[in-house]
Structures are given as C-alpha cells and as structure tokens.
Design a protein around this ligand. Structure first.
Ligand SMILES: Cc1cc2nc3c(=O)[nH]c(=O)nc-3n(C[C@H](O)[C@H](O)[C@H](O)COP(=O)(O)O)c2cc1C
Length: 290
C-alpha cells in the first residue's frame, strides 16, 4: 500500500490514460493496479481522427487517436456508476480546448472520482493553437480555476514538447496542484515514401521515449508534490528506474497495447526491485510510503 496525494493506493503501478479505455472491460486488471487513469474526457463527445491512428516505429508507436470519448455528460451518467464498482482508485483524465473547458469538465464531475489528471498537451484553439502546457501562465490559469471546483487532488500531466517541465511544474504547484504526472507523448511523424506525403503526425510513446521521460522526472524531482512517472515503461525494472528518478508512482501506457496484462507483471517485478532496493538503501525519496 502507498499513500500519495493523501489517498491510499494498493500499489504504485497505474494504467496510463488512453490505452485502457475506462478500465471497465478488463476488471481483473483494473482491480490489480493502484489506479486506473481514464481516457481523456472532453466537454463534448468526440469521434476521434480517421485512420491511420496508430503507426509502429522501431522503438515505439505514433498515435493520432484524437481524444475519442463520449463527452463529460455521458461520462457522468453512464461511466462513473461502473467506475464506482471497481476495486481500485480512479483518476479522471481531462482534456480541454480552452481554459474554461477544463474548469467546466472538472465542475461537472465534481468529487465523484478519486483525483483528476489535467492533460495540458491539447492545443489552445482560442489562443494560437500551441499546447496549453508549453505556457506556464496558461497552465497556471487552468490549475487555479480547476482548484476551486473540486476537493479531489488535482494532478497536472505535463507535455514534454518544447518547454522546460520544471518551469511549468513550479507554476502548477504555486497555483495549488497536488501532483505532477509526466511525460505525455513526444511529437512524432512518419512518411509514406510511395506518395511522398506524411503518413501520420502524432504522439510518440513507448521504449524510445523512456530515457527522455526519466530525465524529465529527475528534472522536477524536488518539486515538493508527488510525481507520477511514465514513458516507455515495459518492465518492473523500468518502473523502478522512475521511482529512483523521483516518482512516487508510475503509469504503464504503450506496453498495454502489446500485452494488456503488462501492469500485473510489472507490479510483481517492481515488488522484488523494491525489496532489494530497500535492503541496499536506494536513493528514493519515500514521499509515498504509507
Ligand atoms: C493510443 C494512446 C492514446 C493516448 N491517449 C491519451 C489521452 O487521452 N490523454 C493523455 O493524457 N494521454 C494519452 N496518451 C499518453 C499516455 O497516457 C502516456 O503519457 C504516453 O503514451 C507515454 O507512456 P508510454 O510510453 O508508456 O505509452 C495516449 C497514449 C497512447 C499510446
């Protein structure tokens, strides 16, 4: 058992947003992990992007799913009741296309989940189209607004693209965030060489991004709030490295697309690393120990 953001989790391995739906289909897996982080919820329902949505690269994959989801009202009416029956913690991942959308989604969900994760990698459509998360001031406005609408812990999921995660994380903590999760996908693209046109432009994930993700977690390790680390975690050893870098918990993403049971193996393997690490007096900060 670990205690993070004032909440007890059965272990420190979570499912990352977007690779496991709402965790309702494979409840054996949901009930084994410390928390299910839901797929991103937007204000209005979204059908997502046309194919190809996923493209495999040698070290991972590029996705362009486009936040397919039923929208916040359907989430509240039809999905929350199912989530309430899971024997795990539920973290609702929220995606907005304006500052007010984030605030409104969180207000509508209120206190009916265990925590929120704000995905600030979405494009700020009203203010130029760059990701919200690249601008500390805009992220600060989102966090301050959301903070007033819920008593649940608010975690901000940082973008690793074209910004210093430390600057953004500091702003989040100043404005009342309870935790930081990182990293979201890196920008990536692939070409169709027969047509000479881009085949896909989207988010790169998987083993290729792990060294950079570890770097980012280590960069903010002294931020003072718990960190959920992710990016290319395929094994318990990978997960343990993220804990060494300063994370209190980890999330498993792309590995679940290869093997939905991956988190179960990771939990087991991580346990043995933690036992050995404890004996050896590893360098973890222990923010999460209950
Ligand atoms: C198919 C797919 C869909 C994703 N959808 C979301 C999403 O809706 N919201 C979000 O914050 N992150 C989303 N992500 C990012 C992951 O949660 C995670 O941050 C990223 O993939 C890095 O972890 P990984 O290398 O273990 O996959 C998605 C990733 C993939 C591969």
């Amino acid at each position: 058992m670990v205690k993070i953001f004032g909440i007890a989790f059965k272990n420190e391995v979570f499912t990352a947003s977007g690779v496991f739906g709402f965790g309702l289909k494979y409840q054996r897996i949901s009930n084994a992990v410390g928390a299910v982080i839901t797929k991103g919820i937007t204000l209005k329902p979204r059908e997502g992007n046309p194919p190809p949505r996923i493209y495999e690269t040698p070290g991972g994959l590029i996705n362009w799913v486009g936040l397919e989801n039923p929208g916040v009202d359907a989430f509240c009416a039809h999905i929350i009741p199912g989530l309430a029956k899971l024997k795990t913690r539920v973290i609702a991942n929220v995606a907005g296309f304006s500052v007010n959308e984030y605030i409104e989604i969180v207000e509508r969900i209120g206190n009916r989940v265990d925590a929120f994760e704000l995905n600030v990698s979405c494009p700020n459509v009203k203010e130029g189209g760059a990701a919200f998360g690249q601008d500390p001031d805009i992220v600060g406005r989102i966090v301050a607004g959301v903070r007033k609408k819920t008593k649940c812990p608010v975690i901000v999921k940082l973008t690793p693209n074209f910004c210093d995660p430390l600057r953004v994380a500091r702003m989040c903590v100043d404005k009342g965030a309870d935790g930081i999760s990182l990293i979201n996908t890196l920008y990536g693209m692939a070409y169709d060489t027969s047509s000479g046109k881009p085949l896909i432009i989207g988010g790169l994930s998987g083993p290729a991004i792990k060294p950079f993700a570890l770097y980012c977690v280590n960069r903010i390790r002294d931020i003072g709030v718990p960190i959920i680390g992710m990016g290319g975690i395929m094994t318990g050893q990978d997960a343990y490295e993220f804990l060494l870098a300063g994370a209190s918990a980890v999330a498993v993403g792309s590995a679940m697309l290869r093997d939905p049971e991956a988190p179960i193996a990771i939990i087991k393997e991580l346990e043995s690393f933690l036992r050995r690490g404890k004996k050896a007096g590893d360098g973890r900060k222990g923010l999460n120990k209950a």
